[in-house]
Design a binder for this molecule. Structure first.
Ligand code: NAD
Length: 490
């Protein structure tokens, strides 16, 4: 591990609520602490929104809705283009904020800023292509028109693992479609969302179109909003457990929901795969964001013929990585978000060990002030170990051998989750067959990275519903209205 550096939070980083285009304190003046997971020190305190602040934010979003939807698409697109450029211009400053509050190495934080910005550009481009249709009624005598209209004010609840990108992935399509929003970031990482709001404001965002309300009491603030008739949609990214609870509440009033939830991605390596490429892809699929990604490879299912070689090579790659504070030069893997995460990851490793898995590298918390866990490879992991069934959310790679394609698919699909999946094979027929049969919203073939703003990101089964990104991403923010136009003859 490297030593702690001295990077400091930019003095200009906003720490207040952003409501109706104004920066302000929370009602009653409450604040909560944001900590650096690499040192466990308090970075700063931010305004702590109350239920009344939540209501004020929704009132602002509702008041801005009609005017924003009525803007010409090109105007909405221009704002998104400016925001894309502004994010790109401020990459270093935003990356530092992400790294300080979330922990990932600066290079990955810069990549996150680029990923977030790419959503703004993609949806700037989509803004002018939200189309309707014109049909001749099959029985004659009428024309059938459809139009896509904004669903209205949205509530966005986002996680801490990609604190800027998860906000941008929701805000960009919403703004493109003509929706306004209230964004409630995770309490661990409110600073990136507030910095994003500042960028949007600098780019000419009209008052009330996006409101940001960090809070330490998420359920108390979001509960009344979900019950409020002015709110027309909830888009949530986070754990399946919390998503299920929020979807239940939203269901009581049939609120539209999109759910981007947890994953348990299988990473399949067939004997015909290019093993160099598979190992390189495995490092990315497992260690991007230190394993704290919903798309992280959770289980490595490797054909018995190549399992030992793959596992040994992966362990050698993991052992060579530098763990440390994300702001220090040369760091490959940052800390986990908090001590609870370290304990949970380690409990999974211990349990796998008790069931016969062998630790080839890593395997115990790094100790010290921050929340560090080393990249860990487990060989011969029994498929029934907890580490193969629960979302690890840390840098641990359990490897399990399989005998044939049928067994690989059975193991891969033996999970309630269905978000990302990965397949390494040099046979086209196998790639197609396996991709078709994997129960997942996304399949990476010979790649360890599936995220792309131009592609529909989302899950099946307990990993949620709805898609973010691609042309499909707009659909989550529009209602289709049908107009029947009767024709009189003569
Ligand atoms: P989390 O579910 O604990 O929290 C997510 C958000 O919900 C946070 O803003 C949190 O403050 C809020 N929240 C928590 N309890 C709440 C409640 N009772 N009422 C209202 N809001 C509440 O998840 P997390 O730990 O922040 O993020 C990690 C999880 O997110 C992982 O499971 C990961 O797989 C998932 N994730 C999914 C995607 C995806 O696109 N599918 C992307 C990133 C992360």
């Amino acid at each position: 591990m490297t030593g702690a550096g001295s990077a400091a939070l930019p003095a200009a980083a906003p720490r207040e609520l952003f409501v109706g285009g104004r920066w302000r304190a929370a009602e009653g003046g409450g604040t909560f602490a944001v900590r650096d997971p690499a040192t466990d020190e308090t970075l700063c305190r931010v305004a702590d929104a109350t239920p009344a602040d939540g209501q004020a934010a929704l009132a602002a979003a509702a008041a801005a809705q009609e005017g924003w939807a009525a803007r010409p698409p090109r105007e909405r697109a221009d704002l998104l283009h400016r925001a894309h450029q502004a994010l790109a211009d401020r990459t270093d400053e935003l990356a530092l904020v992400i790294t300080l509050e979330m922990g990932k190495p600066l290079a990955e934080a810069r990549a996150e800023v680029g990923y977030a910005a790419a959503f703004l550009r993609w949806y700037a481009e989509e803004t002018c292509r939200i189309e309707g249709s014109y049909r001749v009624a099959p029985a004659g005598g009428a024309r059938l028109l459809t139009m896509r209209q904004p669903v209205g004010p949205c509530l966005f609840v986002t996680p801490w693992n990609f604190p800027l990108a998860m906000a941008a992935r929701k805000v960009a399509p919403a703004l493109a479609a003509g929706c306004t929003a209230v964004l409630k970031p995770a309490a661990q990482t409110p600073l990136s969302a507030l910095a994003f709001a500042a960028v949007l404001a600098d780019c000419g965002l009209p008052d009330g179109v996006v409101n940001v309300i960090p809070t330490s009491t998420s359920a108390a603030v979001t509960g009344p909003l979900l019950a409020d008739r002015r709110l027309r949609k909830l888009s949530f990214t986070g754990s399946t457990e919390v998503g299920r609870a929020l979807a239940g509440t939203a269901g009581e009033r049939l609120l539209r929901v999109s759910m981007e939830l947890g994953g348990n991605a299988p990473f399949l390596v067939f004997p015909d795969a290019d093993l160099d490429a598979a190992v390189a892809g495995a490092v990315v699929a497992k260690l991007r964001n230190g394993g704290e990604a919903c798309t992280a490879a959770n289980r490595f299912l490797v054909h018995a013929e190549v399992a030992d070689e793959f596992t040994a090579r992966l362990a050698a790659r993991f052992a060579a990585l530098t763990v440390g504070r994300g702001t220090d030069p040369g760091v490959d893997v940052g800390p986990l978000i908090d001590d609870r995460a370290v304990r949970q990851v380690h409990a999974l490793v211990r349990e796998a060990g008790q069931r016969g898995a062998r630790v080839l590298t890593g395997g115990a918390p790094s100790g010290g002030a921050g929340h560090f866990y080393p990249p860990t490879v487990l060989a011969d992991t029994p498929a029934h170990a907890r580490v193969c069934h629960e979302e690890i959310f840390g840098p641990v790679a359990p490897v399990t051998a399989f005998a044939d394609e049928e067994e690989a698919l059975r193991l891969a699909n033996d999970t309630p989750y269905g978000l990302a999946s990965y397949v390494y094979t040099d046979r086209v027929d196998r790639a197609v067959r396996v991709a078709e049969r994997l129960e997942a919203g996304m399949v990476g073939v010979n790649t360890g990275l599936v995220s792309d703003p131009a592609a529909p990101f989302g899950g099946v089964k307990d990993s949620g519903s709805g898609r973010e990104g691609g042309r499909e991403g707009i659909e989550d923010y529009v209602d289709v209205k049908y107009v029947r136009l009767a024709l009189r003859h003569g």
